[in-house]
Design a protein around this ligand. Sequence first.
Ligand code: 4NP
Length: 156
Amino acid sequence: MNTGQGIVFVCLGNICRSPLAEVVARKEFARHGLDIAVDSCGTGSWHIGEGADPRSVQAAAEAGYNLRPHRARQLDGEDFSRWRWLLAMDRANLRDLRRLAPDHQVERVGLFLEVAGVQPGGDVPDPYYGDIEDFRHMVRLVQQGVAGLVERLRAG
Ligand code: 4NP
């Protein structure tokens, strides 16, 4: 299946950052009448099938987003043909995506905050070894990023 304009957000574990970006984007895209499919995945395999990190669930809930239904999955080869954009949450995820892209076809691969026009070369820092404040910071950064994507998508 080709999902047209669709976006898959990519982090390491698919339990903290990219699931949050997925739910924020789904909600904000719908609010702005943007019919664009969204998904998320991780480059790593450690957490396949698990729910989102409880700290992500909490920080997301505080901001009005429901991460409870999420189940982690790993990036696979089909993601590169299926999505218009594969957006990395940080530069390490971006390097992994570039390395894994079939035939080094990297034109669909980008850094989330950069593509969003928020911060060139900017990371959504990995909060996994941090505390709840790091997760709240992640939520604010992801909201800014998604707002930037909305502007860009509305501009065509
Ligand atoms: P995420 O965070 O990539 O935002 O989901 C992490 C989740 C798990 C691990 C690292 C980062 N881990 O090392 O298991």
